[in-house]
Design a protein around this ligand. Structure first.
Ligand code: BTN
Length: 264
């Protein structure tokens, strides 16, 4: 079994066998925090969630039986003036860290669906929800929430999710050790975040692009004012947005325009 090799991530642990949502717990913890100790790297971990939160107000189905539900608090270094514009990259590089971890720990071909869904083939094995807040003394903080379908029985998923989701154990054909995955994941996540805050995003964009299975594919997205548009995912833009070559509404006046999609 691997041991924890991080500087800060996971060094402070708040574990509960069951909770409503580790992200909600992390946000609540940040609100009631006083004193000089920094919450940077604090890990909130649970074996099951009763009200797991997904992106876009969705529910994250969180049964017990060996999955991973965690949130890590990230406080960019105080005084760093460069972190602001880089915040939009956190979901993408978190997904890159998790995908790298899962490829190494399981040998499976895990990819990222922009911005931060974790897939094997076209089935979801994990998701990430990043939420931004400020601490009591107004320092910006980000909660990175990660849910991974590791060992839970696939038939514990609600009927409507079964076709689109799978678990790492199903794909690997064996039960997987969560502690090994957790230790590796925390190290990779810490390294990616440190690199982002010190060097900026540019050095990691190519790595993200290689892991991202969305690029080159035809995708349909809901765009508020235009309804649904369809296009080919062309590249990752300067703030982590998805650049889409629109094919659904091309006309002589606007032939295949490039649309920048930003995640909600
Ligand atoms: C998504 O794909 O919609 C994101 C899912 C994120 C789920 C994780 S599980 C741990 C953390 N706590 C939550 O309530 N949500 C995130």
């Amino acid at each position: 079994r691997a041991s924890l090799q991080t500087q800060a991530f996971g060094r402070s642990l708040r574990y509960a066998p069951s909770t409503s949502s580790t992200n909600a717990d992390a946000l609540a913890y940040l609100q009631q925090l006083t004193g000089p100790a920094t919450p940077h790297g604090t890990l909130i971990l649970a074996d099951c969630q009763t009200a797991g939160r997904g992106r876009r107000g969705r529910t994250w189905h969180s049964p017990a039986q060996g999955n991973i539900y965690l949130s890590v608090i990230v406080v960019p270094e105080p005084g760093s003036t460069r972190t602001g514009p880089w915040l939009s990259w956190i979901p993408l590089f978190s997904a890159l860290a998790v995908a790298d971890c899962l490829v190494i720990c399981t040998g499976l071909a895990v990819s990222v669906k922009w911005p931060n869904d974790l897939l094997i083939g076209d089935k979801k094995i994990g998701g990430i929800l990043c939420e931004q807040t400020t601490t009591a003394d107004r320092t910006p903080a980000i909660v990175i929430g990660i849910g991974l379908n590791v060992n839970a029985a696939p038939d514990s998923f609600p009927e409507e999710l079964r076709a689109g989701a799978t678990t790492l154990a199903t794909e690997a054909g064996r039960r997987l050790d969560r502690v090994t995955i957790l230790a590796d994941l925390l190290l990779r996540l810490e390294q990616r975040m440190d690199r982002l805050f010190h060097d900026g995003p540019s050095g990691m964009v190519d790595e993200f692009t290689r892991r991202c299975s969305t690029l080159g594919k035809t995708v349909r997205v809901a765009v508020e004012e235009n309804g649904i548009v369809q296009g080919i995912a062309e590249s990752i833009g300067p703030d982590g947005c998805l650049c889409l070559r629109v094919t659904s509404d091309a006309s002589p006046a606007s032939p295949h325009r490039l649309l920048e999609i930003r995640s909600a």
